[in-house]
Design a protein around this ligand. Structure first.
Ligand code: ADP
Length: 273
């Protein structure tokens, strides 16, 4: 982890002088390693749905005289295809976020609007699973504004709420809170689900890391949701953290720097005539 990579180049300048160039290549080595690992992970993750689709296509071909079986295989192919499409979309999203440390053209974003949008989309899923999502958006007279990309903030909240739904049982509640403040806007997503074992807590934000791979796959998870949340938070100058207790639930907190209101224009008294 703490290993330094030093590059040394020696060039003779004259008979008496040589130029020695010592370069710290630690950062570029890390970037290179991250990129290489990402390519290996992505190839591995893509192989599973692709080979699944190949097998299903073969099975469909074999069952061409049995319309009911063909229909069943076609349904499973649709599920695999949409999982693959989501995986590809999230890989693209994450690689974009990883390449740029900051945002292209930050604009003023109302965090409450992002939360409403993200939750609205998931209310049907929640109702289906008999889980209640409640929101508390703070005192409306206090602004909850940041500079950034509203679509990315909506995606981050959606990923957290989706996870809360995926890793909770029916009859539980999910709470989404916005706490505006002068310096920080705090966004909290809290569930009463299965929780995360202490040994895994530090690792859940790594791409493709899953506590229970089978469950993640069953719920259509890609293993990228929290990595995206982490990068979105960082690119906005903020951070995400997690608290969790097994069997009790999990709480994810995103803290983002609040947009400072523009200084009021100085009042110039009208000249007396
Ligand atoms: P996935 O697509 O697998 O959900 P994520 O990156 O969103 O990937 O999450 C990584 C892993 O962290 C999940 O596979 C799951 O094991 C764990 N996890 C995430 N959110 C929760 C939660 N709210 N409750 C329990 N476990 C969670």
């Amino acid at each position: 982890q703490g290993r330094l990579t030093i590059g040394v180049r020696v060039a003779p300048l004259s008979q008496q002088h040589v130029l020695v160039l010592v370069e710290d290549r630690t950062h570029s080595r890390r970037v290179e390693e991250t990129r290489r690992d990402f390519v290996v992970n992505v190839s591995h993750e893509l192989k599973t749905p692709v080979s699944g689709l190949t097998l299903l296509a073969e099975a469909m071909d074999d069952a061409r005289d049995d319309p009911e079986a063909v229909h069943r295989f076609a349904g499973r192919m649709r599920v695999e295809t949409s999982r693959l499409a989501r995986l590809v979309q999230e890989i693209i999203e994450l690689s974009r976020l990883q390449v740029a440390d900051t945002l292209d053209e930050p604009v003023l974003v109302d965090v409450r609007v992002c939360v409403r949008e993200a939750v609205e989309h998931l209310q049907v899923v929640a109702a289906d699973r008999d889980i209640e999502i409640s929101t508390a958006l703070g005192d409306p007279s206090e602004p909850a504004l940041i500079y950034g990309d509203g679509n990315l903030i909506t995606t981050a909240v959606r990923n957290l709420v989706e996870n809360a739904l995926n890793y909770s049982d029916s009859g539980t509640r999910v709470g989404v809170t916005v706490q505006p403040g002068p310096d920080l806007i705090t966004l909290v997503v809290k569930d009463q689900g299965r929780g995360i074992p202490p040994a895994d807590l530090d690792r859940v934000f790594e791409r493709f890391y899953r506590v229970d791979a089978a469950r993640s796959r069953r719920t259509g998870g890609t293993g990228l949701g929290l990595a995206i949340v982490k990068h979105v938070s960082a690119n906005h100058g903020g951070e995400v953290s997690v608290w969790s207790e097994e069997g009790q639930g999990s709480t994810f907190t995103i803290r983002l720097p609040a947009a400072r209101p523009a200084p009021a224009a100085p009042v110039i008294p009208a000249e007396r005539t």
